[in-house]
Design a protein around this ligand. Structure first.
Ligand code: GLU
Length: 491
């Protein structure tokens, strides 16, 4: 065994990379960084049918997004490429040959139909499906396609001492001989994982608890090949807030979607670190360095971790509040550019304006997408009038006249928050209204919403002509009855 800690993240590029995968990567990376060990990335693409390039790209994006760098691999211009299993087929072949020669594995010629029939008969008699080992007694069939199976122990128990899950014991009689090499000549996941963990001198296998039952196969393979056993640490299952297994229903589960949803990577890093790991403190916000410093596998829990999107959003908001307005503007800009709401190379004046918008909004921002969604009114006249704004203000009979009066007054007001406030309050006095009776419809007409930052500071940041035009537009639409609530149930 090497005298350094060595861990790997071993994703399969099939389907999309979901937060559970990223969580596993993060815990491996944290453990290595805490221990001063080596973190290895290994692409497990032995499922030659389902592996795709696009799934691979998502894996790299996710790791890069969270800043999970790896420490080893083939040199590609000063950088490390990951290890890729499909490029290592001759290596697996060598170990397969060894098992075959030692009589610890055998060729299986069963056809798909035969296997289906076996399963059917077992199910009909109430037995769990399991390969019955009929090819163990050599029955070579010239020319027929064969896969290779490992001879599992037929009696006794296989015990696994898991660092997080404790001791787990499996009855050997319940497991059939697993396929370790497919008829295509590709090794199966079980085989490649065991050979590579050995050759890459992995000391700690940290992965999702879903893999725990596979571990009984892996340890038997290690025994057959004479490999030492790494330490196993199976991370708890991740559940949605309703305690069912995390799925699409709980919001996005693909990693890249969280980026698109407006999460900061540092907030997601913090949030994922607290899923199943407890730093034994009430504190919720930890810097990357603090997490690395405190992280241990012993403090990981085996009870399910609950992925609470509300909490993730809250945490993101806290991280956003801690940014300077300039930093927030830099973070928001790519979202605005992508939505076509802002230029990618703004002039210093435009940039300074964006910083002011961010400063004004900062307290209210939980997700960066707020700027392209709810607060798009800063950047475009093309925004929606929310139902609440329609119902409470814009559909009232007195609305058009009030908005017209506001438009007339604001067309000649000095354009700063103080003067704007004086103008609106002065107009309210003249019309015998409370200031709120103008402020609310004004906000509804200019922003389409009923809540937001200080109205006068917000107006100050918009061009005077635009504000006046928006007031007149809403007055017209209201007069024509086009701003009645639509009853969409939205807030
Ligand atoms: N390739 C496996 C997966 O993506 C992980 C294997 C392992 O960590 O042992 O689920």
């Amino acid at each position: 065994m090497p005298d350094e800690i060595r861990c790997r993240f071993a994703p399969s590029p099939t389907g999309y990379m979901h937060v559970g995968n990223l969580h596993t990567a993060l815990f491996n990376w944290l453990f290595c960084r805490h221990e001063g060990g080596k973190f290895i990335l290994r692409i497990e693409d032995t499922d030659e049918v389902r592996s795709t390039e696009s799934a691979l790209a998502v894996i790299y994006d996710g790791l890069r997004w969270l800043g999970l760098d790896w420490d080893e691999g083939p040199d590609v211009g000063g950088d490390f490429a990951p290890y890729v299993q499909s490029e290592r087929l001759p290596i697996y072949q060598e170990y397969l040959d060894r098992l075959l020669e030692a009589g610890l594995a055998y060729k299986c010629y069963c056809t798909r139909e035969e296997l289906e029939e076996m399963r059917r008969v077992q199910q009909a008699s109430g037995r769990p499906p399991r390969y019955d080992g009929r090819c163990r007694l050599a029955r070579p069939r010239e020319g027929a396609e064969a896969c290779i199976r490992l001879k599992m122990r037929e009696a006794g128990k296989t015990a696994i001492n898991d660092l997080i899950q404790g001791e787990v014991v499996y009855e050997n009689a319940l497991v059939g001989d697993p396929v370790i090499c497919k008829t295509s000549g590709f090794p199966t996941y079980h085989f490649a994982v065991v050979v590579d963990d050995y050759l890459m001198q992995i000391t700690h296998v940290i992965r999702a608890v879903e893999h725990l039952p596979n571990t009984q196969i892996h340890v038997q393979l290690q025994d057959a090949l004479g490999f030492p056993r790494p330490v196993y640490a199976h991370l708890p299952i991740i559940l949605g807030a309703d305690r069912s297994k995390l799925s699409k229903r709980h919001g996005a589960v693909s990693v890249t979607e969280y980026q698109q949803m407006g999460y900061l990577p540092e907030a997601m890093f913090n949030f994922l670190a607290l899923l199943g790991w407890s730093p034994a403190s009430e504190q919720e916000i930890f810097s990357r360095e603090e997490i690395i410093q405190r992280f241990t596998l012993e403090a990981c829990s085996k009870s399910p971790a609950v992925f609470d999107l509300e909490k993730a959003e809250w945490l993101n908001g806290e991280y956003i509040k801690a940014l300077t307005p300039e930093q927030l503007a830099d973070r928001a800009l790519p979202y605005l550019v992508q939505a076509g709401l802002f230029e990618a190379q703004p002039t210093p004046e435009r940039k300074a304006w964006l910083v002011q918008v961010c400063g004004l909004m900062q307290e209210r921002v939980r997700l960066l997408t707020v700027f392209t969604d709810w607060a798009r009114y800063f950047f475009t006249d093309d925004f929606d009038y929310e139902d609440r704004a329609r119902e409470k203000w814009l559909s009232r009979e007195d609305c058009p006249a009030r908005l017209d009066a506001l438009a007339d007054r604001l067309a000649t007001t000095d354009w700063n928050a103080e003067a704007l406030e004086a103008a609106v309050r002065g107009l309210a006095d003249e019309l015998g209204l409370k200031a709120a009776e103008l402020i609310h419809p004004c906000r509804a007409a200019v922003t389409g919403t009923t809540i937001g930052p200080s109205l006068f500071h917000l107006l100050e940041l918009l061009p005077q002509d635009d504000v006046v035009a928006r007031l007149r537009r809403a007055a017209d639409l209201s007069r024509k009855g086009e701003l009645a609530p639509r009853g969409t149930g939205e807030e």
